[in-house]
Structures are given as C-alpha cells and as structure tokens.
Ligand binder design. Structure first.
Ligand code: FES
Length: 280
C-alpha cells in the first residue's frame, strides 16, 4: 500500500499528490511514469512522474480529473493509500541518457501545455541541477488553469507563459510563442513538447517547418504498462510502437498523431474499448 503524504488542489480539477513509494523513488528518472490503482479492481491510471525525492522515498504526481477513475482519485485524502503504484515504467528522457557534454552543447526549448507542465518540470529541474538552462514555454487555456509556474520559474533559463484567452502572460497558443521567439532571433537545437495530443501535433508541424528536432511524450490509454496488452499502440515512422515500453518519448516528427487521437476518442466509450480489444 502506498501512502499519500501530501495532497494539494493546484487549480480547479488539477491535483498534486506526493506518495510514499520508496522503490520507485530510488530508481526513477525524468520522463518515466507510474500506473496507479485505487483498489484491486480499479482502473489503471498512467501518470508521468512530476518529481521525486530519493531521501524521503516519495514520488509526486499531478493529474486532472477527466474521467471516473481520476475523479475517484481526487477523493483520496492525505493519509489514505493507493493499492498499486507500479513503476518506474517506460524509458527515461533521452536527455538523461545522453553524455552530459552533448546535452550541454544544445539549446533546448521545452513546450508544456496544460497538465503537460508536470512531466516537463522534472526534466527542466534535472537540467538545472546539471548547470543547463533551458527555455520553457508553458501554455494554458486561462490563467486559472496554469500550474507549477513558480516551480518552473526557479529552474528554467527563461520562462514564457502564454494563455489562449490572453488572461495572463502572452496571448495565444504555444505555437505563436515559438514563432515569436524564433523571429526574435532565438535558435534551438531541440524542442521537447508535452501536452494534449492536439497541441503536440501542431507544435510538431511548426518545428518541422522550422527544422527543430522535436521530442514528444505520449500518454495514450495504457492497461498493463508492460508491452503485453497493446492498448498503448502508436505508429511512429510507419512502425508500430508501444508507448509503455518503447516510449513514452518519441520523435515528434514521426508520430502519427491523427491515429493516436482517433484511438483516444474511441477508447472513451465502452463499445469503443471492446472494439480496440478485438483489434489488438
Ligand atoms: Fe499494454 Fe502498453 S499498456 S502494451
């Protein structure tokens, strides 16, 4: 059983939880994720690791209440427990795998959309701890939905906040800010975009045009998280990949986003889930 030691409502319907999970905290790296369950029959919910504390043996997760499972999760309080907290799953971010000198030579731009700020944060923090200052764009629909701004500010080289409705920071989509920065003369060797699938799709279309290699982190439907069930199947560069074992990070210019979004939509209904199960 995995105890919730801290719970915080970051903004409407977005929660942060710090959970005691010593084994996961000991070995996890930025970019990896966990699958949590509230009880033995419960829905398996994949969540990217937002932060970890090796000394305390805790993992921080951030989630938005989008369906029945996450709504139930939001009811859990400090002192209560998760039944399962499986991880670390997936491959660590390629930044932490590469020789440090190589990473240091790159000018990196992170683009986080909505709750995507949570998985972006540990990567920017890791770079900051290794003396690398990355530029970060954080976008949200409105000011009220913006999360982790202060935390991001403390680790980013430059932080650019943008809201779709212009209620805070710059106005417009994250793609507009990317365009603005490049027009202002900024040059980037790598872009890492994490957020809603539709945002990652449009960031990739733009960065392809701008010739900036781009990595995305996919968070499709997952069931077992071990590459066995096929639920998280995505097509990358024309090849079938499983986000849980081959990802979650992929070359954004190679991902078939339209297919991934279609599968996500179908999975929302019981009928669709049965159909996908047959397909696997
Ligand atoms: Fe089952 Fe990835 S979640 S194969």
């Amino acid at each position: 059983m995995y105890k919730i030691v801290k719970k915080q409502e970051l903004t409407t319907n977005i929660y942060l939880m710090e959970v005691e999970a010593k084994r996961v905290a000991k070995t996890c790296e930025p970019g990896q994720f966990v699958i949590v369950r509230m009880d033995s029959e419960g829905e398996r919910i994949p969540l990217t690791i937002c932060d970890y504390n090796r000394e305390k043996g805790t993992i921080t997760i951030v989630f938005q209440t989008v369906g029945a499972g996450t709504k139930m999760m939001a009811q859990l309080e400090e002192g209560e427990y998760f039944h399962d907290f499986v991880g670390p799953l997936g491959r660590p971010s390629e930044l932490v795998e590469q020789p440090l000198e190589e990473v240091k030579s790159k000018k990196i731009l992170f683009v986080a959309g909505g709750v995507g700020a949570a998985p972006v944060y540990p990567q920017v923090k890791w770079l900051h701890e290794h003396g690398i200052a990355a530029d970060v764009i954080v976008g949200s629909k409105t000011k009220d939905l913006l999360i982790l701004e202060k935390e991001m500010e403390s680790v980013a080289g430059n932080l650019y906040v943008t809201t779709d409705d212009g209620s805070y920071g710059r106005s417009g989509m994250v793609t507009q800010t990317i365009k603005d920065l490049v027009e202002e003369g900024k040059k980037y060797d790598l872009c890492i975009a994490i957020g809603p699938m539709i945002m990652m799709k449009f960031v990739c279309l733009l960065t392809k045009e701008l010739e900036i290699p781009t990595v995305v982190s996919l968070n499709p439907i997952m069931v077992d998280g071990t590459g066995m069930c096929g639920a998280c199947r995505v097509t990358v560069g024309g090849k079938v990949k499983f986000a849980c074992v081959d990802g979650p990070e992929f070359d954004g210019h190679e991902v078939n986003f339209d297919e991934a979004m279609r599968r996500q939509q179908i999975y929302k209904t019981a009928e669709g889930r049965a159909m996908l199960a047959l397909e696997e």
